[in-house]
Design a protein around this ligand. Structure first.
Ligand SMILES: [Zn+2]
Length: 139
């Protein structure tokens, strides 16, 4: 069992935050939580094993890495989508109404991610749409 992995002090790693916006800081906090959850799960699974083979470690690290990639992708896409508040209809250019968050599945290079994205409805076109976020694969 590895020791010293709990109670990590992130304060020493935050020197760069002086130049970050508050949005970036909030996003960084969420990303750290996501990474920490993956690390905690990795260490918990390692702790359950009696004798750990190199192949076990490789598998666990790969799983943790994939989790971190999926979480980071989802969080960054979500962060980009949130900037599109107050949306213009892409068809008629009129003002679209915010209709709340809708779940949307996206296939990305780092796997499938489930996102809650802002959903809008244009009363002129009578169509709903997701505002353009970062381009992450086929729409
Ligand atoms: Zn429209």
């Amino acid at each position: 069992m590895l020791s010293g992995a709990k109670g990590v002090n992130y304060a020493e790693h935050t020197r760069e935050e002086g130049t970050m916006t508050s949005d970036d800081k909030a996003l960084k906090g969420r990303m750290m939580v996501g990474a920490e959850e993956a690390i905690n799960q990795l260490l918990a699974e390692m702790g359950e094993k009696e004798d750990l083979k190199l192949s076990d470690i490789e598998r666990l690290v790969r799983v943790a890495g994939e989790q971190v990639m999926e979480r980071f992708t989802a969080q960054l896409v979500e962060a980009g989508a949130q900037e599109a508040e107050g949306c213009i209809c892409p068809v008629c250019g009129g003002e679209a109404r915010y209709k709340g968050q809708k779940v949307r599945d996206l296939i990305t290079e780092t796997g499938e991610v489930r996102l809650e994205r802002a959903y809008y409805y244009c009363p002129h076109c009578r169509k709903g749409f997701f505002p353009p976020g970062p381009t992450v694969g086929p729409e």
